[in-house]
Ligand binder design. Structure first.
Ligand code: NAD
Ligand code: DAU
Length: 418
């Protein structure tokens, strides 16, 4: 079936994986990547697909209502997958206005442009590409688990996680931290919104606007709330790529507070796969949680990242038996003492993030049961793949860390006066 879909924020981290998947998997669709190219947007993320005939890039600000409305009419757009956002919690603490503008007003501008165009069709919310092909419109909004607030850590030592997937069963076999849960509560689709940071407050607001457009105007909408993503092409202000780059250059690793906050991690391609499935098979007006079934305390995760980088860079001496094991087996089994990894010394505890949420843990069994999705990658394997990608793509890293990045880094991590 012919479709024309705008993917906003397609030059960012998750957006670039979604664009790549859609362009390659759906050659009959026209995929329009609408992105303003902020500091976080990078067309180098899409070099491999930029010449495909079903791909088009449009540099545009989602807040520019007139331009978005015109684009929808010119291209006869029938679907929007909305990822464009300011996405970094630390930046939102310093500059909340930019977050309200992009995440709230930008989403509203997109919704209103879609409403005007889709309601102007002979059958509202259906776009006819030809006499044979009429498509039901969909506004699919990508959101975050952070809108639900923070969960209690009532099992700080960890209990066996109640949810099982093929990937998490593998974690249990390897006896890794990824098979543990640090509390008895989880985020469900029905969990009450309780955002704490300016970032999560702005995302919560945008989620409410999307649902309001369904309830008020009958716009076909879907919202998904996902946990922390990791993988290639993530801007190195976020924990994992920042630390991989610092370890490589033997720079201190700034761990907020005691490093005990818990996040649920999902490999980015698994998120893109879930988005593709939900875009095509999800029920209108529904919410789906997307998560990794994979909780980690920051400090435990950081140790896995350090060990994986040290192994990849040959900074640890391995005996013959160890050399026969994969990096994920070596880090998961704790078969080597911490003293073997020189870069664990880079861990530096710094002042905590303001309002730092203690624990996020998504329950995505609804998506698992209704649409048959689950994560494909065991965590240490995903980390190994990710570390390998950043080490093999040093040009990409050097490129994004030139220019304003150094200024941001110095400002963000300047020593506090005591
Ligand atoms: P990112 O910061 O890597 O990319 C954001 C993209 O949006 C960039 O390409 C940027 O240029 C573009 N953009 C920003 N403002 C824009 C504007 N006004 N107009 C047009 N484009 C604009 O973000 P990400 O980590 O890929 O996150 C993508 C989406 O997924 C966001 O909505 C985020 O809230 C959500 N999300 C992210 C995670 C995560 O772990 N990264 C988890 C759950 C949900
Ligand atoms: O949960 C989904 C969210 O995950 C997304 O909505 C956000 O867009 C995305 O940025 C991410 O938010 P986090 O704040 O969880 O991610 P970040 O990588 O910034 O931090 C992960 C954890 O690591 C968090 O507990 C803070 C801590 N941290 C982070 C940085 C950058 C450190 O200890 N030191 C650091 O330097």
């Amino acid at each position: 079936m012919k479709r024309t879909i705008i993917i906003t924020g397609g030059a960012g981290f998750i957006g670039s994986h979604v664009v790549r998947l859609f362009v390659n998997k759906h050659p009959e669709y026209k995929i329009i990547n609408l992105d303003k190219l902020t500091y976080a947007g990078n067309l180098a993320n899409l070099k491999d697909i930029e010449d495909k005939p079903n791909y088009k890039f449009v540099k545009m600000d989602i807040c520019d209502f007139e331009a978005v409305y015109q684009l929808m009419q010119d291209e006869q757009v029938d679907g929007i997958i909305h990822l464009a956002a300011e996405s970094h919690v630390d930046r939102s603490i310093k500059d909340p206005f930019t977050f309200a503008k992009t995440n709230v007003m930008g989403t509203l501008s997109l919704l209103q442009a879609a409403k005007l165009y889709w309601e102007s069709q002979p059958v509202p919310y259906q776009v006819a590409h030809s006499s044979q092909s009429t498509v039901q419109c969909l506004f699919y909004h990508i959101s975050t688990d952070e809108v639900y607030g923070a969960l209690a850590m009532n099992h700080p030592e960890g209990i066996p996680a109640p949810h099982q997937t093929i990937a998490s069963a593998h974690s249990s076999q390897l006896e890794t931290h990824g098979s543990l849960a640090y509390g008895s509560e989880f985020f469900y689709e029905t969990t009450k919104y309780n955002p704490h940071s300016p970032y999560s407050a702005s995302k919560a607001s945008s989620d409410h606007f999307v649902r309001a457009y369904h309830d008020t105007y009958g716009m076909p909408t879907i919202v998904t709330n996902c946990s922390n993503n990791y993988g290639p092409y993530q801007f190195p202000e976020k924990l994992i790529p920042l630390f991989i780059n610092n370890i490589r250059h033997r720079k201190p690793l700034p761990v907020y507070g005691k490093g005990e906050n818990v996040r649920d991690w999902l490999y980015v391609e698994d998120h893109a796969r879930a988005i593709d499935l939900i875009f095509h098979k999800g029920k209108i007006a529904e919410t789906y949680n997307i998560g990794g079934f994979n909780e980690w305390k920051n400090i435990d995760l950081i140790k896995v990242v350090i060990k994986t980088v040290d192994i990849a860079l040959g900074r640890v001496a391995l005996n013959d038996e160890q050399r026969a094991l994969s990096s994920s087996q070596l880090t998961a089994h704790s078969s080597m003492p911490d003293s073997a990894f020189p870069d664990l010394d880079l861990i530096t505890y710094v002042t905590d993030r303001l309002g730092h949420d203690a624990r996020y843990a998504i329950d995505s069994t609804k998506l698992q049961k209704e649409l048959g999705w689950e994560p494909s990658l065991q965590f240490e394997e995903g980390i190994e793949k990710t570390v390998r990608w950043y080490l093999d793509n040093q040009d990409w890293m050097d490129n994004v860390t030139s220019g304003d990045y150094q200024k941001y880094y110095e400002e963000m991590y300047k020593p506090t006066q005591s």
